[in-house]
Design a binder for this molecule. Sequence first.
Ligand SMILES: Nc1ncnc2c1ncn2[C@@H]1O[C@H](COP(=O)(O)OP(=O)(O)OP(=O)(O)O)[C@@H](O)[C@H]1O
Length: 431
Amino acid sequence: MNSDLEPIHTAIYTNSDSRKRDFAHDLLQGRIPDALGFLMGKKGGYFSDARLAAFIEAEARYEHSGMGDAGEQSLKTRSTGERKRALLDFLLKQKPDFIVLDDPFDNLDRAFQEELRQRLLDLSESVTLIQLVNRAADVLPCMQAFARLDGGKLVEFPDYKPVTESQDNIKKLSIPPAPSGAPELPAPPGAPELPARDNPLVIMRDVRVEFSGKTAVTGISWEIKPGDFWELRGPNGSGKTTLISLITGDSPKAYGQDLHLFGRAKGSGESVWEIKEHIGYFTPAMMDRFRGYHSLENMLISGLTDSIGLYIRPTENQQSLARQWLELLGLERSAGELLRNQSYGTQRLIFCARAMIKHPPLLILDEPTAGLDDHAARLVTQLIVKMARESDTAIVFVSHREEPGLQADKLLELLPGPKGSSGKISMRSPG
Ligand SMILES: Nc1ncnc2c1ncn2[C@@H]1O[C@H](COP(=O)(O)OP(=O)(O)OP(=O)(O)O)[C@@H](O)[C@H]1O
């Protein structure tokens, strides 16, 4: 073991199959691979979303996370950026020799990403950094050695170079058709007579939401029309999830607002399920809650029946549609394989396609590329753009990361202010 080696900052590329958490745990427990022998006998800290989640859970159980001083603002009420800042402060108090950074920029807005990047660069003068990373753009410029983590093993140290261009693409086939018999949407009351396909799907006027006396968003007016392609953007804590939950029927704060959803005034007796019928939705948290004992084909068909997994016998038409989607994704040979046996990137593609298969009037994708490596993110991006261009479905996506090729036509930006976030709408020119 080369424990006399000079410590070097090391970037380790991972993907969903790398077993990175086990690897990080081993490093922190002193089970060090030869290549990183310089960490032997050294004290480490772990900067990760999993570590933060453990502190938040401790706080829920014992009323104190154990991270900061008693009486500090609770972690649960802080934004993602503030939580990560607090975790780094906590780790530094332990005076570590090295820190394992587990995708440190995930889920951070652009301003917090920049703040953290600068802090880590300053820190690299005194602490060894081991960065586990799935996006090439995230690699800190202070890194001196590079490797890849493959099934828990470190390979190609110290000169690994990620392959930037891969041949895999979403197939040049068209988006499969909508299932037959999709319901037509009624016009909102008082709306001018328009062909059904031109009725706005969502109308918000001067919406304001507060939590415990604190205003989260204020004066938001937003209209989503059929076929629109929107990005909803804003820093951590600016109210993106709050606005989305008004539309998906998941927030009691929607009552009493000037809000029309799919042709009906909110609060006019509609059920949550009637609203959800018109929406396809994806957020990465859905994947965590799901065990994946269904075939890829049945997962897609379940998007037609609004269940996760399939519990009824599918019709031939449903099976045929699912196969067309699998072909588009280049997965036709895996139709009968279990979701849980696929890579994380493939699972993500299936979940996104599942939200699209019924051609819902409105598709909401909340951080669809979060946690993916470059290759998987590119495929998901291609799929979203294709759906936007080739279907009548309106799309709203949220992404903290600038994804190459993913540019919506319209942008709603939430701008935080002392009295809550206001909204700014802008149109993007094509091209
Ligand atoms: N149930 C709740 N109770 C109290 N405060 C809440 C609740 N939900 C949201 N908030 C607060 O409302 C504000 C907006 O939160 P929201 O989750 O909508 O932001 P966001 O833009 O989605 O953030 P992120 O990018 O971190 O996901 C934050 O200050 C948050 O703490």
